[in-house]
Structures are given as C-alpha cells and as structure tokens.
Design a protein around this ligand. Structure first.
Ligand code: PEP
Ligand code: MG
Length: 575
C-alpha cells in the first residue's frame, strides 16, 4: 500500500522528484556532562578553540565552492554562521565555563547553547527567534568536530532524495552540488532555511513532513509532489508512471522557457512589453540576461552598505555600478538610491533597530534627506557611471512632493559640481520616483509631472495601503495584492503616467507573478520588473496574450471593482 506523508511543498518550476531515499542524520547533537582534570584544563580550552577554528575552516571551504550564480540570500546564510562562529558568546564564553567548572569542552558548549536558546526563545521579534536554528547548526558543527566526527556526507548522493530531520544551509548547498534531486525534512516552515534554499536552488522539497525520518527507509523509492506538499512511498506502477510523465512535462516546460531567452516579450496582437530584472548585487546581471531581461528595472543598492563596519566610499559605489552597467551591456540600468530602514538594517543606521515602528520610520529617502552626505556620495557615483551606459536613477519611499524636490535639488547640485570638474556624466540622466506609499499613489500626477518616469513598488504599496507588515507571518493572510484599494491606487498611477505622458513601470513582486500579469497589462502597464528567475515564465505568458482584448475586459472589471470577487475575475480575463 502506498504510504503518503503530508508536509509543506516547496514548489519551483519543477515540483516532482523521484529517487531513492538517502537518510542523513542531522538532528541536534546533545553532549553528555563531562569533567576534565585540573591540570588538563588549558589543553581542553585549546581543544575547544581548535574545534571552532576547524568549523570556520569548513564553512569557508563550502563558501568557496558555491557557484557564482547562487542567489545572495544563500551566501548570507553561510556568512551568518561564520559571523556566529566569531561571536565571543560562542567562540569564547564556553572557555570561561571550562576554566571555572572544570568541565569538558563539549559540555561547556552545550551549557552555552542552552543559555542562548533561552534568550532567543524570549525574543519578541519573530525573525530573530528563527535565528535559533542558525545557533543550533553552528553549535552542532563544533560539537561534531569535538566528538571526532568530520561533518562528512556519504559519497553517493547523485540522483537521491535526501531525508533528514532538518538541513543546514551549508548541507543544502553541498547536497545540491553533488546531485541530490529533492529534500524531505521532518521540520521546517515555508520560510525556513531549507525551504528558502530549495526554492532558490530550484529543487523540489517537502519540509515539515513530520515523521519522515521514522517512516521512510534508506534505499526505498519515493516520490516528492511539492505541488501538493506530499511524499509518496511504496507507489504502484500506475502512480510512478503518472509522476514520471509529470516530471518529463515539467522538464520540457523548463527547456521551452529557456529557449525564449532571446525572443521579444511580444503579445499576440503585436504589443511589446518591457521585461526588466530586479537585482541586488553586480553578479546578478548574469541571471538577469540569462532570464531574457532587456535591462534592470530595479537595482537595490542597500547591499553595498550591509555586513561592513564603515560606509562605502564614492569609488566603491562607482565600481559596483560600473560592474552592473558593463554586465548589462547596452541595456538599461535603473539604480535605486539607498533604501535602508524597516526590514533592511545595517550597522551605520542613525536610527536604532529598536525604533518603535521602523516601517514608518526614517527609512529610504527620509534617511537620505537627513544624512545628505551619505546621499550625495551615492548620487555622485551614479552620475559618474551614467557616462558609461544607459543609466537611470530612482528614488524610493517618497510621500511628499517637497521631498522629491529636495532630492532633485541635491542631484542637480552634484551634477553641476561634477560638470565644473569636467567629470563625464550623462547630462540628461533620467530621474524616476518609486510610487510605494498610498500618499504618492493618490498624488501620482504631481510626481509624474516632476519626474521622467514612475515605478510602482507594490511590496510596500500593499503593506502601507492595507496596514499589513510585509514581514510579519501572523498577518500574511491579509497581504492581498488584489484588494480593491490596491488596484484603485495602481490604476491611479497608471492614469497619471498617461495624462503626463510619462512611462510607468512596476517593480514589486506583483509584476513578476503570472496570475496578476494579464490584469496589469490590461490596466495599461507596459514595463514590468521582476526577479530574474520569473522572467522566462512572464515572457511566455505575455507571448500568449492579446492585450487589446485584455484592455477591454479589464476596463469592465475596473468599473465594477467594488462588486467583483477579484481573484476569479482576474482569472477570467484570460479565459
Ligand atoms: C517595493 O516596495 O515594491 C519594492 C520593489 O521595493 P523593496 O521590496 O526593495 O522595498
Ligand atoms: Mg519598497
């Protein structure tokens, strides 16, 4: 009889995996109480330091082997673990316990872990609470070394489906590189590390499949159906045939998408849509081009400011932007100025992380207009790089027109100063405004008059319109791109662009979500910017649509907005 386990599916363009189980033991390692003789205490301390150094060495080694196209969030996981290993709370505090209590390095580390776990559990911030998984992974790695293990993995991983209690980010990357075709874990939520990593790596996975490690056996054939979050073992031939055919179809679909790379995003009735990529690092230009993007519609520059002690210099900004401009060839690059604050924090922020309501605080352009020196450095670098390609500058989080005027004044002053110094710049560098607050959307016409282009940031626009924290899982169900209020605001911005003859793009997640694309095109949007991985699917969809027909149907839908159930109504647009 078929055994079915239910968990949370991590669905990418491939949602099926069929393979033999490879069971990995990755549970929390528990140390036993142990004592050392007084005259061996310093030796024990040294043994602990050696284990920490070896753990760091292992992680650095893994980091080196990560392929260049690995998404930055994956590197961040490894870097977080490396930083934790350098933190005195882990790398030094246990040595005090060894010296004071005369206990073994393993036991001292175990006591320290218990203490820190209690601190994490008491934290109010949901994100910080999840960091206890990182702590566990780091401590396990050291404990394993102290206990004589080598964190080694079985040699034959290719083609197997990995089953484990949980996986560390380092494990997931290595297993992927060595050919694992799917992951099943006992624990994990949709936002757990394993889930995020599996999604980024494009591997089908089922996380939170409780009891998987007890009920599945090494070597048995299993099927992952990530679309429905299920794991099937002991399948009969009919079931296996069904999933083998589905996997074939998914692979063929992925290949077809890859073939679209150099084709235009041209609708059936001959309308050309501009498909752009959202990037965060200079290296992201490669997936942006691979995905078939015709430019960068949003380059988030805050990553230049993160994980470092001092602020980036003008030269560092310039070199990073130059790499992006060169990486994109002659294509458009839209550089967004600093958007620190809210969910993106860094060491230099004048406002403490603990401010009452960071999403409503001194973030993005507000921070730049207060700390104008920081802003001017970035603006100068963008102006300089504008001489090298097709560059635009874009300002985030505007709410007032006077903020826009002040920011533009600073850009003008820096432009003049560079010209006075005979530095090459594009004198007509287009300046755009992100429309991501309801205030800016409602007054979009005045922004459209002042700027060369507008770009709708739906991630924040939805958060601020619906008063739903975009990072808070507890209110995730209220975060609704199809809320009539959100649609009305988007419509208003598109209309403002038409009235003033200025282009309007969209660069929030909504733009890259296939189920919303027909509605957005029907509303008149002609430029969509999205994660590079979403580009092929979006292009394929656009090439199957008739936009003139969509416009007619959408006009009817918008007229009746308050009486429609928008979820089925948007689906009906393409039927
Ligand atoms: C947005 O808010 O939609 C957006 C694109 O900006 P970010 O996600 O960086 O806040
Ligand atoms: Mg935003």
């Amino acid at each position: 009889m078929t055994l079915a386990l239910q968990g949370i599916g991590v669905d990418t363009s491939i949602s099926t995996a069929i393979g033999k189980v490879l069971m990995l033991s990755r549970g929390s390692i528990q140390a036993e109480p142990g004592m050392v003789a007084q005259n061996r205490i310093e030796e024990e301390v040294q043994r602990f330091f050696n284990a920490v150094a070896e753990a760091a060495g292992q992680l650095r080694e893994i980091r080196k082997q990560i392929p260049a196209d690995t998404p930055p969030d994956i590197l961040e996981f490894i870097d977080t673990h490396l930083l934790m290993l350098q933190d005195k709370a882990i790398s030094e505090a246990p040595t005090q316990t060894i010296r004071e209590e005369g206990c073994s390095a393993e036991w001292a580390l175990q006591l320290r872990r218990n203490q820190l776990l209690r601190v994490f559990e008491d934290m109010e911030d949901a994100y910080l609470r999840t960091r206890k998984d990182d702590l566990d992974h780091v401590v396990n790695r050291i404990l394993k070394i102290l206990q004589g293990g080598r964190n080694s993995d079985p040699a034959d991983i290719a083609g197997h489906i990995i089953v484990s209690e949980d996986l560390t980010p380092a494990d997931a990357i290595m297993l992927h590189q060595r050919g694992a075709t799917g992951f099943i874990t006992d624990f994990g939520s949709p936002m757990s590390h394993t889930a995020i990593l599996a999604r980024s790596l494009g591997i089908p996975a089922v996380v939170g499949a409780h009891g998987a490690t007890d009920q599945l056996h090494s070597g048995e054939l299993v099927v992952i159906d990530a679309r429905h979050g299920s794991v099937l073992a002991n399948c009969d031939n009919t079931c296996l045939l069904f999933f083998r055919q589905r996997l074939e179809q998914e692979l063929a679909h992925r290949r077809a998408l890859n073939n679209l790379r150099d084709m235009p995003a041209l609708s059936l009735d001959g309308r050309q849509i501009e498909l752009l990529a959202n990037i965060e690092l200079p290296e992201d230009t490669e997936p942006a081009i691979e995905g078939g993007g015709c430019g960068v519609g949003l380059y988030r520059t805050e990553f230049l400011y993160m994980n470092r002690e001092e602020l980036p210099t003008e030269e560092e900004h310039f070199l990073a932007y130059k790499q992006v401009v060169e990486g994109m060839g002659k294509r458009l690059v839209t550089i967004r100025t600093l958007d620190l604050g809210a969910d993106k924090q860094c060491e230099h922020q004048p406002e403490p992380v603990t401010c009452t309501n960071p999403a409503l605080g001194l973030r993005a352009i507000r921070l730049c207009l207060k700390e104008t020196d920081i802003f001017r450095i970035q603006v100068r670098a963008i102006l300089r790089v504008s001489a090298l390609g097709k560059v635009r500058i874009m300002l985030p989080m505007l709410t007032n027109l006077w903020e826009a005027r002040q920011a533009r004044q600073i850009i003008d002053e820096e432009r003049q100063s560079l010209r006075d110094q005979d530095v090459a710049i594009d004198p007509d560098l287009p300046i755009g405004a992100m429309i991501e607050t309801p205030a800016a959307a409602l007054t979009a016409e005045s922004f459209a008059r002042l700027f060369d282009f507008l770009s709708i940031g739906t991630n924040d626009l939805i958060q601020y319109t619906l008063a739903v924290d975009r990072a808070d899982d507890a209110v995730n169900h209220l975060y609704d791109a199809l809320h009539p209020a959100v649609i009305m605001l988007i419509q208003q911005v598109v209309q403002a662009g038409i009235t003033c003859g200025k282009p309007v793009a969209m660069c929030g997640e909504m733009a890259g979500t296939p189920k919303y694309i027909p509605l957005l095109l029907g509303m008149g949007l002609k430029s969509l910017s999205m994660h590079p991985a979403s580009l092929p699917e979006a292009k394929q969809l656009i090439r199957s649509l008739n936009i003139s027909q969509l416009e007619k149907k959408t006009a009817g839908l918008l007229q009746n907005l308050l009486n429609e159930d928008l979820e089925p109504a948007t689906q009906a647009l393409v039927e």
